[in-house]
Ligand binder design. Sequence first.
Ligand code: ZN
Length: 371
Amino acid sequence: MAKTHFYTDERTFWHSTGVQALFLPIGDWVEPPAGSYGADTPGSKRRIVNLVRASGLDQHLEICSAPNATLEQLLQVHPRQYLDDFKALSDEQGGELGLFAPFSRGGFEIATLSCGLAIAAVDAVMSGAARNAYALCRPAGHHCLADQSMGFCLLANIPVALEAARLRYGLKRMAVVDWDVHHGNGTQSIFYERGDVYTISLHQDRCFPPGYSGFDDRGAGDGAGCNLNIPLPAGSGHATYLRALERLVLPALEAYRPELIVVASGLDANAVDPLARQLLHSGSYRAMTRAMMGLAEEINARLAVIHEGGYAEAYVPFCGQAILETLSGTAMGVADPALEFFEQQQPAAKTQSFQDAWVDEMLAALEQKGA
Ligand code: ZN
């Protein structure tokens, strides 16, 4: 049986947002950080690779890099002007072309490499070379609009990868399930009027973009009914995410029957992430991955997982390891030292019933509209 492919490249960890305090630019009343340089540091991602190797999981994976995304591939999603501006600023001293998305000199080449990892992962599952695949992209992609970077995202990694796959394999229906804790606004905007890509985002209600919920935004034109936002209240944990997945996400995909499913896998809904307030743990990512694999098998879809955010440097690796173990059908005996602690922090019954009702209301609203 073909292996799980794991796409990663040390050079993507050399992307730098410059000096930030969390996500705040230095200046005015923001003191420069004494130690860690902001939220989007290489640590959380590089430590996934290190844990994979240290635990021996690498023996069960095909670990590889990939070529940079080509200009031709990028132009399927991004206008020429944006790419030219990005390259020019990157060749000079770096800078920023959108909200909360700084990069240093050479950022363009690192971003095209990150995007290339996503393209290769999707291609590997489509060609059958891989059983499934994980691309550890950095910088991430799901906030990037066609013509503007945003929220640590400089290129639309998943849309570019989907377009490459569509052109090569003639795909008619593709789906994106975004479980990053923030809304997948870039992916949504790029495919909003497209009926051949079903986009789903589970995210913390009103977190990022700030104030955005999105439940009523269901797509437009040819894409009407092909976009589903599932905003979850702050403090949602394992049970709420699994409930939303089982009641809303899986039925939507069963009805749509995509040939390819790409998970936009941010790991920042974990219980100690500095950029959100949810309560997931490694067991949640294990369960959600299992659910996506089960669905893909049931509807005969290919499955690729593309990394997005995740900023709790010490904890994110355990979530990444859980996903990779599940994808590859292995168990390396890596104990998550915080699992029991986070399980004890899950919402009490009263809060849980409020969150259950929140999910069920969305289900009722969808059924009422016959969607
Ligand atoms: Zn995120």
